[in-house]
Write a protein that binds this ligand. Structure first.
Ligand SMILES: Cc1cc2nc3c(=O)[nH]c(=O)nc-3n(C[C@H](O)[C@H](O)[C@H](O)COP(=O)(O)O)c2cc1C
Ligand SMILES: Nc1ncnc2c1ncn2[C@@H]1O[C@H](COP(=O)(O)OP(=O)(O)O)[C@@H](O)[C@H]1O
Length: 315
């Protein structure tokens, strides 16, 4: 797969490229969840049938981040992981459009005529709720017309699980509510945060539960404060663990930024500076303020055994 970064207007060298007509899935693909996957798989299958390359066009940063909508809480899937998923799905060309204030002003007409047509989009494959151009005024049904009927458009219906529409906003909400099973089911994989192990307050070892304090490598959506059963990948090996996301109210009365702390079960070693990839498997309980350190320790013991039970048959 070739990754091509684009800006508007398209640079001369891109226009001059001898691009073959291509089937292009277009969307933010924030997620990237099972609904997005079905759009991309359809584009790839169609491309194979037509003997054309399969492309994806996506936008970065997230338009909500650029437009300062306020409700943008970070990545569900960081760009490099999305890129890997596109590759695995069989995409030949990945176009990443630099989404900035100027691009947000581009009309639907100009988006189609100045970007899609020069890129020789033979068929655009989009989700049922695809919006594009200034204020999202362009809809899937206007793509064809704006291309002067030179481009085919294939609009994919909503992807449903148990009659519910799979959506990124639904996954974000599920993470906020501790509904990890739903978030994972809709994503089609476990919600994963990766980061670097930093020094913390050195209290964990005194409690009998050393916890690797993980600083996320990207601006990920944080799940709700609480305790989780996790699988953690460390230098190619996989461990079961229990993670606390929160502000440790037993020790802090002031508001502090939430931290992610992972205790690996059956592990002893130095993790400082190492890269950890943490996959959320299940929510165990909400974070609480304990009246004594002893009670917190007793609860952490129960949490660790709960996680162990939950993770018994999980790889
Ligand atoms: C499984 C688990 C559950 C935890 N639950 C809570 C909790 O409910 N309330 C709380 O104040 N701290 C909780 N903690 C956080 C501990 O207070 C924290 O690990 C300890 O303060 C060590 O911090 P340090 O790594 O910065 O030294 C939990 C930690 C773990 C590993
Ligand atoms: N089973 C384990 N799980 C997590 N960290 C462990 C474990 N065993 C040893 N460690 C080490 O202990 C550190 C955490 O100890 P802790 O007292 O909580 O210190 P800190 O507050 O700096 O995180 C980890 O960063 C890691 O280097």
């Amino acid at each position: 797969m070739e990754t091509i970064t684009l800006s508007y207007p398209l640079p001369e060298d891109i226009i001059a490229r001898d691009t073959r007509p291509q089937v292009m899935a277009i969307g933010q693909f924030d997620g990237l969840h099972l609904g997005h996957e079905s759009v991309i798989k359809s584009a790839v299958n169609l491309a194979v049938r037509l003997g054309l390359p399969a492309a994806v066009m996506t936008f970065h940063p997230h338009p909500k981040e650029v437009m300062k909508k306020g409700d943008y809480d970070g990545y569900l899937t960081p760009p490099h992981v999305k890129e890997q998923l596109f590759r695995e799905l069989g995409v030949d060309y990945l176009y990443i459009v630099d989404f900035n204030d100027d691009f947000s002003q581009v009309s639907p007409h100009h988006f189609v005529c100045d970007m899609l047509l020069p890129l020789k989009v033979h068929t655009a494959v989009v989700g049922f709720d695809f919006r594009y151009g200034y204020r999202g005024e362009g809809h899937a049904d206007t793509l064809r017309e704006l291309s002067g009927n030179t481009m085919e458009v294939c609009t994919m219906p909503a992807f449903l699980i148990h009659d519910e529409k799979v959506s990124s906003s639904g996954i974000r909400k599920a993470l906020q509510e501790g509904n990890i099973s739903l978030a994972n089911r809709w994503l089609g994989r476990r919600y994963t945060i990766n980061g670097t192990v930093m020094h913390g307050e050195k209290r964990g070892r005194l409690l009998g539960f050393p916890t690797a304090n993980m600083k996320p490598n990207e601006h990920f959506v944080l799940p709700t404060k609480g305790v989780y059963a996790v699988r953690a990948n460390l230098e190619g090996a996989s461990f079961s663990g229990v993670m606390n996301v929160g502000v440790k109210p037993t020790f802090h009365s002031d508001v502090v930024a939430p931290s992610l702390e992972i205790h690996l079960l059956d592990f002893n070693g130095d993790l400082y500076g190492k890269q950890l990839e943490v996959e959320l498997v299940e929510f165990i309980r909400a974070e609480r303020k304990f009246e004594s350190v002893e009670k917190l320790i007793a609860q952490i013991k129960v949490d660790a055994e709960t996680a162990r039970g939950m993770l018994l048959s999980v790889k």
